[in-house]
Design a protein around this ligand. Structure first.
Ligand code: PRX
Length: 628
């Protein structure tokens, strides 16, 4: 990757926007708009916030008490009022809000009016369970419309949702429920993966049995006959919402009221509950959706993410709905039933904006250009990529098969940032492999360890000023929050290594810390290590990320066995199965080496960097702290 970037930096292919793209873009002159936005960022954000509806105005745009931020201080709002009521009161009432397509091609369509009714009914059903503002609700659902409905219903009455990706296993779900003390879990009987059904209810049963805070479990029943439910604790979704009133006013909430917690991996074994709030998050996701994807009322916007991750929160649910967009969302994988799946959906629904991931693009590349060629992709106008660096080959392939003249928005951001921070806008000249420039109002830079700007060259990606949709804290762990702002003095450290070129373009090159990006999913090496060590046969484990042709990175583990345990090929399989059970499929190490020692510092910390260098045949750098 790094080598490819170097090569590209030298060749410097620049793709100018077509005159049509530029002419219709919300922001036609990025340089001018950016310069103006950072002259006075508070004024910029104030103006954007005023494009939305508030119950009462704010007294102050920003209260910045380093590193603690409050935005739109004193204002009251509700993000769902802007996602739903605003549109239902306009001509958009009967506009399609969500098109959902199941694995077998089945379709469910919700207009704004219908989504509004469903959300209100669900909100009333939540009230019926006695849930009150500030209570936590865990949503462990496959990618079905109820996931969107449940999120919005919680937000409508000030409940905090914690969506957990439905690929996580019972212990991983359990720890996420326990950390936030959810009173309710919403799940489904099954999810589908390539025609196979996955028993989600069983995972929830196992987790909830050890979570005393959970009073009820709601189950969306997709299969016949319906899975048995242990009433009154377990309720069927349909019966639960049936008969509830379709009217439920959005609760006016202080702008800083938590909207959701989303657990993400860091450098310790424990996932962190990133906290986002109604006001600032609403403003940030609204304007980035509008400007980056150039959203217009006649667009059909297709984002392939799962609401289990932040991309689904910000760019399937909140951002697009805030803009009154029509969203296409599809359950299942890009290559099932055929590798033509997504291209066919684009043709079938005349998708104009398509937001996907580098891993998916690399996977589809393997099947060849004949698959996209079979579908009419002429409706496309904007493409997007997120989650990991996109290598120039994948960028060029995606660009070519989509028609050769549709700009790719390589959007860089994080769970913690809530919104896209470094990204092209459609009118910005592109360089394949670069996320280009900071979004309006965002002061991003590349610095050395001391925080000095490198000007041109490599270093750490940082953000120099607060922005509205930044996380407010880590739930129950404020210290962990402050480390983001303390690691490099005076700025928010993203944890990414980045190269800034002479045009000020950002080239993100991967994580600087012990976080691995497998198919864009964020996995902490410490989490996998602790899962491995929890196996009876293991005494110690070290985990690294290793480049992988499709997934970007893969997990490799080095394991020391307890005395008396012998290395057999079965042992590796056992250990993989154990991680599957503890964390879920996405965290299973593809390779496991049984070793007798691990490189450590004199204080006993495993030097993963040394392992990685050895594995990749690279120079391990400074090893003066290495004990042996
Ligand atoms: O390393 C960066 C990578 O994903 C990390 C954030 O992961 P997560 O919180 O799971 O959010 C993913 C979806 C926003 C970042 O620290 N990353 C994300 N987008 C890009 C990226 N790396 C390079 N280019 C991107 N466009």
């Amino acid at each position: 990757m790094a080598e490819q970037i170097e090569t590209l930096l030298k060749t410097g292919r620049i793709i100018e926007p077509t005159s049509q793209t530029k002419a219709q873009a919300h922001i036609q002159d990025y340089e001018k708009a950016y310069a103006r936005s950072i002259e006075d960022p508070e004024q910029f954000w104030d103006g954007i916030a005023k494009e939305l509806d508030w119950f009462s105005p704010w007294e102050k745009v920003l209260e910045w008490n380093y590193p603690w931020a409050k935005w739109f201080v004193g204002g009251t709002c509700n993000i769902t009022y802007n996602c739903l009521d605003r549109h239902v009161q306009s001509w958009r009432k009967n506009k399609v809000a969500v098109i959902w397509v199941g694995e077998e091609g089945q379709e469910r369509i919700f207009t704004y009016a219908e989504l509004y009714r469903q959300v209100n009914k669900c909100a009333n059903a939540l009230k019926g369970l006695g849930l009150k503002q500030g209570d936590r609700v865990t949503i462990y659902l496959p990618k079905i419309p109820e996931q969107i409905v449940a999120m919005l219903a919680c937000a409508r009455i000030g409940l905090i949702h914690s969506v957990v990706y439905s690929g996580f296993s019972a212990p991983a779900l359990e720890s996420r429920i326990k950390d936030c003390g959810s009173r309710l879990v919403i799940t489904a009987d099954v999810g589908y993966d390539r025609g196979k059904s996955l028993n989600l209810k069983q995972v929830v049963d196992e987790a909830v049995a050890r979570c005393p805070s959970v009073e009820h479990t709601i189950v969306v029943r997709r299969e016949q006959p319906g899975v048995p439910l242990a009433q009154p604790k377990e309720l069927d979704w349909e019966t639960w919402v049936e008969g509830c009133s379709p009217v439920c006013e959005a609760e006016p909430l202080d702008a800083e009221t938590p909207l959701y917690f989303l657990y993400t991996s860091g450098t310790t074994g424990k996932p962190k509950g990133v906290v986002h709030v109604h006001g600032g998050y609403m403003v940030g996701t609204y304007i980035t959706s509008k400007y980056v994807f150039d959203l217009k009322d006649d667009d059909i916007y297709f984002c392939v993410a799962d609401p289990g991750w932040v991309t689904g929160h910000s760019y399937i649910v909140y951002g697009p709905l805030l803009n009154g967009a029509t969203i296409l969302t599809a359950e299942g994988k890009p290559n099932y039933p055929t590798p033509g799946r997504w291209w066919e959906l684009i043709a079938r629904y005349s998708v104009s904006i398509f937001y996907t991931t580098p891993t998916a693009i690399r996977l589809l590349m393997k099947y060849g250009e004949e698959w996209p060629a079979k579908s009419d992709l002429s409706s496309l106008r904007i493409l997007g990529s997120v989650g990991e660096p996109i290598n120039p080959e994948a960028w060029e392939w995606f660009h070519r098969v989509a028609g050769g003249d549709k700009p790719i928005m390589d959007t860089w951001w994080q769970t913690e940032t809530g919104m896209i921070l470094v990204t092209p806008l459609p009118s910005v000249p592109l360089k394949p492999g670069s996320a280009t420039r900071p979004f309006l109002g965002i002061e991003a830079d590349v610095v050395d360890k001391e925080g000095n700007s490198v000007g041109t060259g490599g270093g750490f990606a940082v953000i120099k000023k607060p922005w509205p949709s930044m996380m407010r804290t880590i739930y129950k762990d404020p210290e962990r929050y402050t480390t983001y702002w303390n690691t490099i003095p005076g700025c928010y450290t993203a944890g990414d290594v980045c190269h800034k070129d002479e045009d000020g373009y950002f080239w993100f090159m991967g994580r600087a810390d012990d976080v691995v990006k497998v198919a864009g999913n964020r996995i902490g090496t410490a989490e996998v290590e602790s899962a491995l060590v929890s196996h009876d046969a293991v005494v110690e484990a070290a985990v690294i990320g290793k480049p992988h042709a499709t997934a970007g990175e893969m997990i490799k583990a080095f394991v020391i066995l307890k005395e008396g345990q012998t290395e057999t090929s079965d042992m590796i399989k056992h250990l993989q199965a154990h991680v599957l059970q503890e964390l879920g499929k996405i965290a299973v190490p593809k390779e496991i080496d049984i070793v007798t020692s691990l490189p450590k510092t004199r204080s006993g910390k495993i030097m993963r960097r040394v392992l990685k260098a050895k594995e990749l045949g690279q120079d391990p750098g400074d090893i003066s702290t290495l004990e042996e």
